[in-house]
Ligand binder design. Structure first.
Ligand code: FO1
Length: 328
């Protein structure tokens, strides 16, 4: 059944609202994956596509690792390690312990089950399959009915400019525990990247586009900086809404707040809204940040209050319903 505009009457709090399908979410990292999961749980099967950042992808011992694709995939399948957000629940590290016996002390932990994802992805890439085809195959095997779409199939590598020089993302994020002061983000290969046909088609069909609460510089940023992506999103007549990754002056996880500060932006939902100005129609911010509503609305978008901290699946679902709740 093709979804275009469906009037689905939910008797949630005896409220009737239009649900504009299909929905496209932009996500990367743990926060984005949680909202993508909430959207998947709130929508009819097959009506959600998630475009995922691939700038964090890197090679480790010859294996191609796609942390954000895996975090979204594991989260949507319910297999993710809930405490840390990435990796698989119940995974072990026997493989890493054996590597340590060989004197390989890895700062990047690969679980034994997680390793199978990297082995299979690397094998299929070497067989000439695209990242998009591989992700679709892995996600389908895990029973995921949403489309998980790499932003592009070409290699893009995120580096951050720091006083210690240009650091690749995982060295900065994991090895240095994102302690370095970031003055800029460099996306190597971005000029040769292009949105995949699947991504462009998902943008074309979307009635609602959601910028998930991911890092605006190294998760949402790389997606929007794929040549042609921003124009395709701006040309879309979809309703565009973002959820602030900054709550009460801090990021819930990761370096988004520190990066806003070190790159000269206000460390608040307003700072994020300024980065998305001209792209989104609406910004959802946490109850804690209610005082910022007029400042955000001065940027030419509406601002709405919600509980944006997602601890449980119910929280994820509730936030997704607020995001989708387009009161006509
Ligand atoms: N993050 C860490 O802080 N330490 C790790 O050892 C680590 C391993 C890891 C393995 C697979 C994977 O998919 C993600 C992993 N992450 C780890 C998280 C990852 O660095 C970040 O989630 C993303 O790159 C940030 O978007």
């Amino acid at each position: 059944m093709t979804h275009d505009v469906l009037r689905i009457t939910h008797d949630l709090r005896s409220m009737t609202y239009d649900l504009r399908l299909p929905v496209l979410a932009l996500a990367g990292g743990v926060g984005g994956a949680k909202l993508a999961h909430g959207l998947a749980m709130s929508l009819p099967a097959g009506s959600l596509s998630v475009v995922v950042n691939t700038g964090d992808d890197f090679k480790l011992w010859g294996l191609h690792i796609s942390p954000d694709l895996d975090t979204v995939m594991y989260t949507l399948s319910g297999l993710a390690n809930r405490a840390q957000g990435w990796g698989l629940e119940g995974d072990t590290t026997k493989g890493m312990e054996m590597l340590a016996r060989y004197g390989i002390d890895s700062w990047f932990m690969l679980g034994d089950m997680d390793l199978s994802t990297h082995l299979l992805r690397t094998y299929l890439l070497n067989e000439g399959r695209t990242l998009t085809e591989i992700t679709s195959q892995l996600a389908a095997s895990l029973g995921i009915q949403s489309a998980i779409l790499p932003m592009c199939n070409e290699p893009v590598e995120t580096f951050v400019q720091t006083p210690n020089g240009l650091l690749d993302f995982q060295t900065y994020f994991v090895a240095h525990k994102h302690a370095d002061n970031v003055s800029g983000v460099v996306l190597k290969g971005i000029e040769d990247a292009t949105p995949t046909p699947e991504v462009l088609s998902a943008i074309e069909q979307a009635q609602t586009i959601v910028l998930c609460p991911s890092n605006p510089f190294v998760s949402i940023g790389p997606i929007l900086r794929v040549p042609g992506m921003l124009n395709a999103i701006k040309a879309s007549s979809a309703h565009k809404v973002a959820v602030s990754p900054i709550v009460g002056g801090a990021a819930l996880k990761g370096p988004a707040a520190a990066m806003l500060a070190s790159m000269g932006h206000e460390v608040s939902p307003v700072g994020v809204a300024q980065l998305y100005q001209g792209v989104i129609d609406r910004m959802i911010i946490d109850r804690l940040d209610e005082s910022y509503v007029p400042h955000i609305e001065a940027l030419g978008m509406t601002a709405e209050i919600a509980d944006t901290i997602m601890k449980s699946d119910d929280d994820r679902r509730a936030l997704a319903e607020r995001v989708l709740d387009l009161r006509s």
